[in-house]
Design a protein around this ligand. Sequence first.
Ligand code: DQA
Length: 148
Amino acid sequence: MTKTIYILNGPNLNLLGQREPEIYGHDTLADVEARCAEVAKGGGLAARLLQSNHEGQIIDWVQEAREQAAGIIINPAALTHTSVAVLDALNAFDGPVIEVHISQIHRRESFRHQSYVSLRADAVIAGFGVQGYALAMQRMGQLVGDSA
Ligand code: DQA
């Protein structure tokens, strides 16, 4: 059976392409989804991209992933820097977790330098723009695919 990778996106990422394009670029989340689906397919995986502005919904999807997904790629957006609850949910997930940030968070405001999610993440990608999602999916292919 094809393994599924969840790609979870936190608050305001529904506005990708419109929101602060000088920081986050012009690609939309639909573009990210299409690119990730392509890379996933190449690695024999399936991608399921989800976005919510609500912390509880992100937690529910992480919990759902325990049954439904082989790995999680997550851009928690602002929840990165605030949410112990998202961290706790990820700690209850057994597969690989890759944290993605479109921007280079360590070059930005100091409050963005702290990530609760990094305490769980097996890898972190920041500053590659939306390409970071595709890189994360490529790595997932190695971590959960047949070649792992
Ligand atoms: C972000 C960085 C966060 O600090 C910010 O709150 C976001 C997006 C990124 O992808 O660069 O919403 O996670």
